[in-house]
Design a binder for this molecule. Sequence first.
Ligand code: SF4
Length: 596
Amino acid sequence: MTLPTTAIGGLLQRHRNDPSRLVQILRDVQDANGFISPRDITEIAQGLGVPRARVEGTAGFYSFFATEPRGQYRVLFSDNITDEMLGSHALRDALCRAFDVHPGEVSRDGLVSVGTTSCTGLCDQGPALLVNGRAIGRLDPARIGVIAALIRGKTPLDRWPAELFEVTDMIHRADLLLDSALKPGEAIAAAMEKGPQAVIDEVKKSNLRGRGGAGFSTATKWDACRVAPGPERVVVCNADEGEPGTFKDRVLLRRHAELVVEGMTVCAYAVGAQAGFIYLRGEYLFLRDHLEAVLQARRDARLLGQSIRGQKSFDFDIELHLGAGAYVCGEESALIESLEGKRGIPRNRPPYPVTHGYKQRPTVVNNVETLAAAALIVKHGAGWFTAKGTPTSSGTKIHSVSGDVARPGLYELPWGVTIAELLDLSGAKNTQAVQVGGPSGVCLAGDGFKRKLAFEDVPTAGAFMVFDNSRAMVEVAENFARFFKHESCGFCTPCRVGTALMHRAMERIVHGRGTKRDLKELKYIAQLLKVSSHCGLGHTAGNPVLDTLERFRPSYQRRIRSFDVLPSFDLDEALAPAREVTGRDDPDAHFAEDAP
Ligand code: SF4
């Protein structure tokens, strides 16, 4: 089915026939049809007045878009390692059996398609899946049975039991941010009293650093945008939290959206911006209505829109933009490309977004947590913030804890706590390893647990995945290699080819078909990715393999063969007929390899 031309026309009008809304337009077409047909692509291109290739390229880039028919119910299981540890593969297979369909396929009657997707941001309540974009967590065989019955009965999604879609905020430790009770407009009022430059000075004094991973000085970013030439400036809230194992922004946006929007408005006041965007990851579709309601309430209260708080020269409004399943869009220049309705390919830098960002305008891109902290700093002062944390890492950090712990969820702690302290708080036992900062971060073994979570020691964007000593770390590394292969945007050869080769070698090793040569090649590819990739995704894609090879080598060695190269045939298998004829099947009748 494709949308009639008139429907496409109406849809484009709702998006002001604006080509920079292309990702949102494609989302709407996909929602209506279940896929984006060649005719839809042609109609959209004609309606927007852009080349067809541009629409086709964008539709083909994002993993949530399909250009061929899929099931009426499109089920995507989270492929995240913590979901895998909780049995997501068995649950996926059970659903596949219920509809006689294989993963990646559409059932014969076209009713359902089952596949996988990267982390859905529900690691504290996994295993999880998306059905037609809507998240369901806490999966177990009973829930899979309910879902199968609803699909079989062709029950419309909005008539599915609401409790299936319930998402819980699991907060175990709250501090400056999660405990805040700032009233709407309080930080804006404080900012207006100070004046734009004094706001930036206050943020500078607080030593606030970006919470998205890079740790860049927030005040330096704001200052650079403020002084950059150009009549219009933009503030972007990066809510595309796609790093597997991270879910803090989900909770911040659900419980403290006012605070985040307040931070964006304070930033707009300081840098002189008129336009703002919240770039929300597509997996958090369930937050859309709540965020739209918060934005509208603030417009009604004159905290957004024209003449904010009665100041004639202060006009600023915010648009919500949903992603469509591309981890690379968490990189700020890729995110801006996506906001402009293009494929999310990271730009060459310099120039940086602070001078040439959204539509080449000076643009600040800040993480959700950074903006929330900025609002509080402007209201309470830099000293209030620096009283917590360390001299280099001021304030608090929200950690998303998942994996082998008794109490998964959020822990907001001052920077500088040790990994051992957080393990203890979350009830971890027999911990073998912790992956700090997600797959692109660092994997630490026991001798690293005394290290501090801080920019000066172990920096982190917030993911804290715990693996006890029952886990095979080589399997963890294989999962992360699969993630990077899936998420490579394909723009540059080292990353496109390197992540695929790396995952192929990891698969061989995990399935007992790897060789010593694979280990050497893995190291070589990981180094190559680091030095020759175009963006951070490629630079860090080899980290999990390098870290686990260094710290958990026996986990690899138990699986690999002793050969330098893999024989082109399996000698032991070839001897099977001879064993059958001779009636011998004792160990001496098998081809044995030396232990590696
Ligand atoms: Fe794309 Fe990977 Fe190259 Fe980054 S490093 S631009 S993600 S292919």
